[in-house]
Design a binder for this molecule. Structure first.
Ligand code: HMG
Ligand code: MG
Length: 303
């Protein structure tokens, strides 16, 4: 597997969307600057969703404008519908991400509509984005289990993936929203979805709730997937997915990949500094195992 892997950094969006501690717009912008400085050139920076639903993502327009001076990075934002797309476009978005679910229960809880209705909401977004030259990425949530409906069949995910692909999404990110997957299930899922969408256009977005994310990522890499969503420090969680904790930590992914001789272009020291600064803002240590180990090592060296 001595190749390259593309990491999409989720910290400023998935990472902060469920945080109890308020994070100022300035701190969000500084976090993004530090992440790009560490070599993370694709960063999801916000969400154009209802501020009543997710107050943490309010002012995403100002955050996106606040990082517009950074020219060597691609910034993504979530949009659930045409209203969100309109606002994102005005704020300067060049890549937007729509988000569907493989299960009806989560779709209803998260975006207040059925899976089929969500696809209908995305159609005008895709049409306008095509005309505006804006790229559209897509998420599918609950690909390995749903907090409301339980088991989710790989075929159900494959069908939603095919629909989003046919609509023109350039990449489909598969979300284990509640982190319940295990490696063989991840493999079965990727085989099923890889039968309907090119594997090169799939991404893995695994939350680490049950500590399985790295193992699942490795299993997915064995199936040929080379795009990984992760969040600095292991931040994150969805307010509408009961019990879900953070995304797999970027530090943990980078440590594993570098150990396997796979290039990422990410500077671990600078990444750790970005994580530690956000950790200071939030007032608690990072959950990332690698960040904790490196911080402990630095402390031992300083003592
Ligand atoms: P709705 O109630 O069905 O929408 O919500 P509506 O069209 O009836 O509008 C209701 C209100 O929302 C109205 O305002 C609209 O103007 C407003 P009011 O009249 O009550 O003042 N509204 C909006 N405001 C701002 N931006 C918009 C927008 N659209 C409507 N785009 C809606 C539907 C999707 C808006 C709502 O349910 C919502 O915002 N949900 C939040 C979903 C969310 O952000 N979830 C977390 C991100 S997804 C995730 O974390 C999973 C992922 O990481 C992958 C994984 O891990 O699986 C991606
Ligand atoms: Mg997520």
């Amino acid at each position: 597997m001595s190749e390259q892997v593309r990491i999409i950094e989720m910290g400023p969006r998935d990472g902060l969307q469920n945080e109890k501690t308020p994070v100022s717009m300035e701190a969000r912008i500084r976090f993004i600057e530090a992440l790009v400085g560490a070599g993370l050139h694709t960063v999801e920076v916000g969400a154009f969703v209802s501020p009543k639903a997710v107050p943490q993502m309010a002012s995403s327009d100002r955050v996106l404008k606040g990082v517009s001076h950074i020219t060597d990075a691609e910034f993504h934002v979530l949009v659930p519908n045409e209203k969100g797309y309109e606002a994102a476009l005005i704020a300067g978005a060049r890549v937007v991400s729509v988000f569907a679910s493989a299960s009806e229960g989560f779709s209803r809880a998260n975006i207040n509509c059925s899976v089929a209705e969500s696809i209908e909401r995305f159609k005008p977004v895709l049409a306008r984005a095509g005309a505006d030259g804006v790229k559209v990425r897509a998420y599918i949530s609950c690909v390995l289990g749903c907090p409301f409906d339980g088991e989710v069949k790989p075929q159900a995910v494959a069908e939603v993936a095919r629909t989003l692909w046919d609509l023109g999404c350039y990449e489909i990110s598969l979300g284990d929203t509640i982190g319940v997957g295990t490696p063989l299930k991840a493999k079965q899922l990727l085989r099923a979805v890889g039968g309907t969408v090119p594997v090169a256009s799939l991404a893995m977005h695994f939350h680490d709730t049950y500590g399985q994310a790295l193992a699942n990522l490795y299993a997915g890499m064995e199936e040929g997937v080379r795009v990984i969503d992760s969040a600095a420090g292991g931040l994150g969680g969805c307010p509408y997915a009961p019990g879900a904790t953070g995304n797999v930590a970027t530090e943990d992914v980078v440590y594993m990949l570098h150990g396997m001789g796979i290039r990422t272009g990410i500077d671990m020291e600078k990444l750790l500094a970005a994580t530690n600064e956000m950790s200071r803002v939030l007032g608690r240590p990072p959950v990332s195992r690698v960040a904790s180990a490196l911080n402990a090592k630095a402390k031992r060296a300083a003592d």
